[in-house]
Ligand binder design. Structure first.
Ligand SMILES: NC(=O)c1ccc[n+]([C@@H]2O[C@H](COP(=O)([O-])OP(=O)(O)OC[C@H]3O[C@@H](n4cnc5c(N)ncnc54)[C@H](OP(=O)(O)O)[C@@H]3O)[C@@H](O)[C@H]2O)c1
Length: 319
């Protein structure tokens, strides 16, 4: 079978082959896959535990015994729903991932595709949908009465979080570096939004629109204090990424006087994966796709994936 593999830091993905069987796993044919920020970090060499050659790709829609499935990218979460066990990993490092003709997985990684999704939508949902679900629903325990703020709506997890919160019935506001992305979010059901680039934006937005009970963030960094400013007393903040680096400007007083809960959140357990798919199925939620590339143009797709104007996932159609 063919694979696209990475042989060195910042290299291009080159076509290679893999032979043989993997005991305890089934070989499934990849119909479509999706690029995640994780793949971009790994390609740049900015991810722990990289081993070369690596076949990246955590998400896919696959075919096995004439049926179509969506892959759960979790490997070995373990029995504690709160945290994964030490052996936990994500498909696409260290196990060969989905940028390939076939992928080897245990059969319990195969989940039924919600009927309203097409092959490309199913192939980009797994990782970002799971991350959004755990941060928003399991950790922040969002309910329809919560006012929700999603920071950086250009992100794939952020977009899923917005769609999930809207489906649950929440009022959702967003931020972005781009007015166009705020406008697209409003078209999808958000109430309003603001730029996170302006000085004191959180304080000012709260004055204009009121505070928020649940805030979802992947930026961290200097500026995180604006999220604290935006937060209502007793509010919950779910953070799953650190695009802006270390949080350096946080006042403990603002945190404890406002009784704020901050939840660090990564991926999600298998029950949450199932619950996420149920939510998607019930509300006919469709993940946002910006562009579909052919898998054989994977290096072009990676170049495009870092384009800041992009709104939605990059899907890869396999032969
Ligand atoms: N812990 C986990 O399980 C997990 C899972 C998935 C992703 N992640 C991490 O989460 C981050 C986002 O990943 P993703 O795939 O959802 O998104 P992505 O497609 O990589 O997009 C990143 C988005 O972050 C936003 N952003 C950049 N600087 C920002 C700032 N200063 N304030 C607020 N937002 C800012 C931008 O939004 P605008 O374009 O709107 O400006 C950008 O579109 C990455 O660091 C990724 O590694 C973690």
């Amino acid at each position: 079978m063919w694979v696209y593999e990475l042989s060195e830091k910042e290299g291009v993905l080159e076509k290679g082959t893999r032979e043989g069987e993997i005991e305890g796993k089934v070989k499934v044919k990849v119909l479509s896959s999706g690029i995640n920020r994780r793949d971009i970090w790994i390609k740049k060499g900015l991810y722990p535990g990289i081993k070369y050659p690596a076949v990246l790709g955590s998400d896919a829609c696959v075919s096995y015994e004439n049926k179509t499935y969506l892959l759960n990218p979790n490997i070995d979460w373990g029995s504690n729903p709160m945290v994964p066990q030490e052996t936990y990993s994500i498909l696409g490092l260290e196990h060969d991932g989905c940028f390939a003709e076939h992928v080897w997985v245990t059969s319990d990684r195969l989940f039924k595709v919600p009927a309203h999704l097409n092959i490309e939508e199913a192939g980009v949902l797994g990782l970002a949908g799971l991350t959004a679900y755990r941060a928003l629903c399991s950790n922040c325990k969002v309910t329809k009465n919560d006012r929700v703020f999603i920071n950086g709506i250009g992100g794939a997890v952020a977009q899923n979080a917005m769609l999930f919160a809207l489906a649950i019935g929440c009022e959702v506001h967003v931020s972005s570096s781009s007015g166009d992305k705020i406008e697209q979010a409003i078209q999808m059901g958000a109430t309003a939004g603001c730029s996170y680039k302006e000085e004191n934006w959180g304080k000012n937005y709260k004055k204009k629109e009121g505070g928020f009970d649940v805030i979802i963030d992947s930026a961290g960094g200097r500026g995180f204090k604006e999220l604290i400013n935006l937060c209502n007393i007793g509010g919950r903040i779910g953070i799953y990424g650190g695009t802006r680096g270390n949080i350096t400007d946080l006042s403990p007083q603002h945190l404890f006087f406002k009784q704020i809960h901050i939840f660090g959140s990564t991926m999600g357990n298998d029950v949450e994966f199932h619950q996420m798919l149920e939510l998607v199925k019930t509300h006919k939620i469709r993940p946002v796709i910006d562009t579909v590339f052919n898998i054989h143009d994977i290096n072009k797709a990676f170049e495009y994936a870092v384009d800041k104007e992009r709104f939605g996932k990059i899907a890869l159609q396999h032969d």
